[in-house]
Write a protein that binds this ligand. Structure first.
Ligand code: TXA
Ligand code: MG
Length: 363
């Protein structure tokens, strides 16, 4: 099973609400021995390493295959612990923490020297988050150290929302996987940079910008393709992110317009011999079905649904697993659509626009 000689990955099942304390203790002990532990958070599974150990952080980069230019989020058990790793913590952190922590929000703050350059990719700032998942909470408390944890996928794969995704990507490279079932949010945390003025959302995620603005009205959002413009020179933003094996094109618009256009393009592509994957919310799949019925009957089309426009939380929860399903299929092109960009929809747009590498059709 293992890729590294002598390294075996152990998967420990734990209850998501009342985790077995023995499993948590084993995982905490492994972290303190500089081993890697994958653990569930409410957003996605994280690949954890003792943030205070240079050796463990080095192993983290190697396991992920991640370039050293991308900073890693540090996880702590409570808002009070933030001052162990960050300095000049502004008062707004207390307000944000009271409302959103523990939860899917990462705050970028000036770092203390205890946080190494390896974690921050040489930046003077650190991204810190207090996860709400009971397993993550217990693990952080039991380990008693800050835990550096990127999403537990190999670099350029979709983030893992199930423990089996972690095993698919990292078997043999991680000592323990704590399996607590599917992640409840499904997209990564929102990254809010408090070291610039006005405050800047660097990655839309599990806490919506609308919710953030109830506390900080004048934040700016600048994800990579926020306005269809040029990529920006922000840390972690210029990297090629997840890209499926098959070229993905994103169609944005209402169900009727999107379904009509996607169906037409599907017919054209299959007519020229291509096999097409379709990734769309329920409403769009339903609208499209009669328009591509004969192509589907001939096995030329593979459709994978994720959530629904009317249930954007479910769409967020199911997105990454759906992308993994299509990645495993023998398709030449992927045509995708998405719910509106409000609330969690903004995070879905961001991830799909990256996956499309800019191939977006506004219909
Ligand atoms: O939900 C999440 O945030 C998950 C779970 C495991 O907590 N973690 C996660 O980590 O998504 P990762 O490494 O895949 O994404 C970290 C993001 C990147 O976009 C990175 O550029 C940004 O956070 N980031 C981290 N530290 C930063 C810093 N000091 N300044 C700016 N951006 C930072
Ligand atoms: Mg990631």
């Amino acid at each position: 099973m293992s890729r590294h000689e002598g390294h075996l990955t152990r998967v420990l099942r734990v209850d998501a609400k009342e985790p077995d304390v023995h499993a948590i203790r084993e995982a905490a002990a492994a972290l303190l021995e500089d081993e890697l532990v994958a653990f569930p958070t409410e957003t996605v599974y994280g690949l954890g390493a003792n943030a205070l150990s240079a050796r463990a952080v080095q192993a983290l980069f190697e396991a992920k295959g991640r370039p050293a230019t991308d900073p890693i989020i540090v996880h702590v058990a409570s808002a009070a612990d933030v001052r162990q790793i960050a300095r000049d913590v502004p008062a707004i952190v207390d307000e944000l923490a009271a409302r959103f922590w523990p939860g899917p929000l990462t705050l970028v703050l000036p770092k203390l020297p205890i946080v190494t350059d390896a974690i921050t990719a040489g930046l003077h700032t650190v991204g810190v988050r207090v996860p709400s998942h009971p397993v993550a909470q217990l693990l952080l408390r039991e380990a008693g150290v800050p835990v550096a944890a990127p999403s537990a996928n190999r670099f350029s794969r979709p983030s893992p929302t199930h423990a089996r995704h972690v095993v698919d990507d990292l078997d043999g490279l991680v000592a323990i996987v704590l399996d607590a079932g599917p992640a409840s949010v499904g997209v990564e945390s929102t990254v809010l940079d408090l070291t610039v003025s006005p405050f800047l959302v660097r990655r839309p995620g599990g806490v919506s910008v609308e919710e953030l603005r109830t506390i900080v009205p004048d934040i700016v959002v600048r994800s990579r393709y926020a306005h269809g413009g040029e990529p920006l020179a922000a840390p972690g933003q210029l990297l090629r992110h997840y890209a499926p094996r098959a070229e993905l094109t994103l169609y944005l618009g209402d169900t009727k317009a999107v379904a009509t256009r996607m169906a037409a393009d599907t017919r054209a592509l299959t007519a020229s011999g291509a096999r097409v994957g379709i990734l769309a919310p329920e409403e769009d799949l339903l609208a499209m079905a009669p328009m591509i019925a004969s192509q589907a009957a001939r096995g030329k089309v593979r459709t994978v649904g994720y959530g629904a426009r009317r249930d954007v939380a479910r769409a967020a929860r199911e997105l990454f697993a759906a992308l993994r399903t299509l990645d495993a299929e023998d398709v030449d092109k992927i045509l995708a659509s998405a719910p509106e960009a409000q609330q969690l929809g903004a995070a879905i747009h961001d991830r799909l626009i990256r996956a499309a590498e800019g191939r977006v059709r506004y219909v």
